[in-house]
Design a protein around this ligand. Structure first.
Ligand code: DGL
Length: 267
């Protein structure tokens, strides 16, 4: 029997995590939940994020799942314990995984304002290197534009450049993409930073952390991602989401509109 993973995010950000997992593993099925009704999460306060995380976890408790992937850094930074306490399956997170990829001691983190205010990235990085210099840059403008899928727009370039400037002037050697939406604009970010700065996508490490759980040893060659058996659920606007799956994943699934409060089972 294949394991069934549950991934959740506020919107399409978790696609970057799904892609990364599917580039390494193929022996799983999944349910992907996007809480599109409450997007963006990144400027919400801690209590709201924790309340939402509880609702999502309780809903996931009604699904047939074997593990949860928190594909949202904002939830990860402010409410990982809520998810862990509510669900009795293994929980894989992006921030905990990111530290597997840190190689230098001057690290910039580009994330949502709520993630930055939690300073969770700094705390995790300091556990592996107490002397590391970590600067976190909060960025609220990118997520709504990425959700509109204008991934190459001038506006995205300008906003990204503005925020990256604050990290570059601190001479960081690595930049962590601390919001799962940001790997979707990785080509733009790469153009805006010097070639010798390493961009870290925590989903790469998370995918590796799944090796043991998914019970096989993948080759280090990346698979061409295919998305065979994935159920997509949203809390609003399934039509817009279907067009996002077409554009970004190249698939045309049936997207279900669900109510998190109803806790009705989607099996
Ligand atoms: N993609 C999520 C994250 O990694 C949430 C972004 C948002 O909704 O603001 O933080």
């Amino acid at each position: 029997m294949r394991n069934r993973l549950a991934l959740f995010d506020s919107g399409i950000g978790g696609f970057s995590v799904l892609k990364s997992i599917c580039s390494r593993h193929s022996n799983f099925s999944a349910i992907y939940l996007a809480d599109t009704a409450r997007l963006p999460y990144g400027s919400r306060c801690k209590s709201e994020i924790r309340e939402i995380a509880l609702e999502i976890s309780e809903w996931l408790n009604c699904q047939k799942i074997d593990a949860v992937i928190v594909a949202c850094n904002t939830t990860n930074s402010l409410a990982l314990d809520v998810v862990q306490k509510t669900l009795d399956v293994p929980v894989f997170d992006l921030i905990g995984s990111a530290i597997d990829l840190i190689r230098t001691s001057r690290i910039g983190v580009l994330a949502t304002p709520s993630t930055v205010s939690s300073t969770t990235y700094t705390s995790y990085i300091k556990t592996i290197n107490p002397l590391a210099f970590v600067i976190e840059e909060g960025c609220s403008g990118l997520v709504p534009l990425i959700e509109k899928r204008k991934l190459n727009s001038l506006q995205i370039k300008e906003i990204a450049a503005n925020h990256l400037k604050n990290l570059l002037k601190e001479e960081v050697q690595e930049i962590v993409l601390g919001c799962s939406h940001f790997p979707l604009i990785k080509p733009i970010i790469n153009e805006l930073i010097p070639y010798n700065i390493n961009l870290i996508d925590p989903a790469t490490a998370l995918s590796k952390r799944l090796d043991e759980f998914l019970g096989h040893s993948p080759s280090d060659l990346e698979l061409i991602p295919s998305f065979p058996d994935i159920q997509f659920c949203v809390t609003s606007d399934p039509i817009r989401f279907t067009s996002a799956t077409k554009q970004l994943l190249g698939i045309n699934p049936k997207v279900e509109l669900i109510s998190l409060r109803s806790k009705s089972c989607v099996l």
